[in-house]
Design a protein around this ligand. Structure first.
Ligand SMILES: [Zn+2]
Ligand SMILES: [Zn+2]
Length: 550
């Protein structure tokens, strides 16, 4: 039987984030992207979510290379965690590699081979030839891949949009059309904005809006956006230059981005425009722009610290004009609104409304998606980079374009799409899912730990301490009741006294029945206390009996 091409998404399907896709044929395997997911609200204390790499680890010998479409966290964020487990060269464009390099250095992974390519170049990796194709997105140097395999060409768009005004040139539609004419076996395309009609507005729109905001403003201006959106940062700096203002940057990720972009010559700035943050004190207010992190309300970000007066160098003062040039990612709205409220409280003037044209998306809307489908004319279509509804709507769009519904396949993470020159089927599944990173530990937070954290966060904790005699099991000291996050003890001494009695009765009962097994005593204390609390307070804190023998 002829070998089949396997396309296996290990992340990014039916979820937003942690994009990673495996392509496998015979003895060869490549990986496209290796991103982070972000923890959901009920994952208490979890910092990061990374893909499950066990399939890669099990097939490490086949791995010929990792190819990265662009430098966003949901495409590069898990690289250090992956490279701790497998090894292969990483290929990307200059900007992408510059950002990956910072990550690898942070994790002291200096042995990983990072290879830079230009759009238009092709790389051989085992039986695959991977071609880099220029696309537009909200970060510089983003590419799509045309992966030439023994059974045909697979086009993976990566994150993209069509922006004819892009400073680094419009997406290479000509090459995509050419590939379409030569024959595309399968298309995997970005579904983020599949629900949105029309076209994504050009970045140029934001430039005009910024000019409007800068004009006639005689106050200090603070702009916040995604640190990774280099076009936007470049746009802000250019606007500052047009309006005779100096620019200072604050926030680690913003400083990193600026460093990489300047080193690579992606950011053209007049000498003297960028000043140290410390230098702004000596400048008049109408000569300053501060570019800051914090557009998502992150509570360690520079904007947050400025708003809550914990920033070492900048404090928000009345009259400051704050421009939020980003939209809140679902889930971050509360955090963003908290900052906006605080900024208003300080007397600042905050501009953040969508109608102001201060942000445009980096992803293609329906009409742009149709253009890509029309150019690539794929035999098979697999929607990626989206939640279930985005995938479904994107597949409807493909049907509208005349695709045979049988040739459109929606999978899940871990699904194996098996392709021959003529067929595409869903095969068996491989392990895929999420691994939680908590502080420095990887994968040591299980569902039980999360359940406990949720419990603690919602209802708090009660610890019952008691010292029992080693001789006859009678109570020597205690029981003492310690509470955290449940009630404020000083106001509830009565309840604490009652709990002490309930615990005492439970221990006595065990003592009378000559129960000496600690587990049994603990469970008696626990169930009596929990029952009592629920009856009297309708709450259900975690109860932790601690017994010591003296
Ligand atoms: Zn992206
Ligand atoms: Zn993405």
């Amino acid at each position: 039987m002829a070998e089949k091409l396997k396309i296996i998404p290990l992340g990014g399907l039916d979820e937003i984030g942690k994009n990673i896709t495996v392509l496998e044929y015979g003895k060869d395997m490549i990986v496209v992207d290796c991103g982070l997911g972000f923890p959901e609200e009920d994952m208490y204390g979890v910092d990061l979510v990374i893909p499950d790499f066990s399939y890669l680890v099990a097939n490490a010998k086949k791995l010929r290379g990792m190819f990265i479409t662009h430098g966003h966290e949901d495409h590069i964020g898990s690289i250090p965690y992956c490279m701790q487990q497998v090894s292969c060269p990483i290929h990307g464009t200059a900007m992408t590699c510059g950002l990956i390099k910072l990550k690898l250095e942070e994790h002291r992974l200096d042995k990983v081979k990072l290879i830079t390519h230009k759009p238009g170049e092709s790389v051989k990796a085992g039986c695959f030839t991977v071609e880099f194709i220029h696309v537009n997105h909200s970060i510089a140097d983003a590419v799509a891949f045309a992966i030439h395999t023994p059974v045909g060409t697979v086009v993976m768009t990566g994150d993209f949009k069509i922006d004819p005004t892009a400073t680094d040139g419009m997406i290479d539609l000509a090459r995509l059309g050419q590939l379409g004419n030569e024959g595309v076996l399968a298309l995997l395309a970005d579904s983020t904005n599949a629900e949105r009609q029309g076209y994504t507005p050009n970045e140029h729109l934001v430039t005009e809006s910024l000019d409007r905001q800068f004009k006639n403003c005689d106050q200090r201006i603070i702009v916040t956006t995604f640190a990774s959106n280099m076009y936007r940062i470049a746009g802000v700096i250019a606007a500052a230059e047009r309006h005779g203002r100096k620019v200072a940057v604050t926030g680690r990720s913003m400083e990193n981005m600026l460093k990489v972009a300047q080193e690579l010559g992606y950011l053209k700035v007049k000498p003297g425009t960028i000043v140290e943050l410390g230098a702004i004190k000596s400048l008049p207010k109408n000569k300053i722009v501060i570019v800051s992190t914090g557009s998502q309300g992150e509570n360690m970000s520079a904007l947050y610290r400025m708003a809550f007066s914990t920033h070492k160098q900048v404090d928000i003062t009345a009259g400051d004009r704050i421009i939020i040039s980003a939209s809140a990612i679902p889930g971050n709205e509360k955090a963003v609104s908290k900052i906006i409220n605080e900024l208003y409280r300080k007397g600042a003037d905050v501009v953040y409304e969508k109608s102001e044209g201060l942000h445009v998306s980096g992803h293609a809307c329906q009409e742009e998606l149709k253009i890509i489908h029309g150019l690539c004319k794929p035999k098979f279509f697999i929607p990626v980079h989206g939640e279930q509804r985005h995938l479904q709507i994107h597949s409807r769009l493909a049907k509208l374009m005349g695709m045979n519904p049988k040739n459109i396949l929606i999978g899940e993470i871990g699904s194996t799409f098996e392709l021959t020159k003529r067929t595409c089927k869903l095969g068996s599944t491989v392990p895929a899912g999420m691994v939680l990173v908590d502080g420095t530990g990887v994968g040591d937070v299980g569902s039980v730990v999360l359940r406990d954290r949720k419990h603690l966060a919602e209802d708090g904790m009660i610890v019952v301490c008691v010292n029992l005699s080693a001789e006859d099991g009678s109570v020597i000291t205690g029981p003492d009741i310690i509470t955290r996050g449940f009630i404020y003890v000083k106001e509830s001494e009565e309840l604490i006294d009652e709990l002490r009695e309930v615990a005492m009765e439970a221990i006595d009962r065990c003592h009378r029945k000559r129960i000496r097994d600690w587990t049994a005593i603990k469970s008696a204390i626990k169930s009596d206390i929990s029952g009592y609390l629920y009856k009297n307070t309708k709450r259900n804190p975690m109860v932790l009996p601690v017994i010591m023998e003296i």
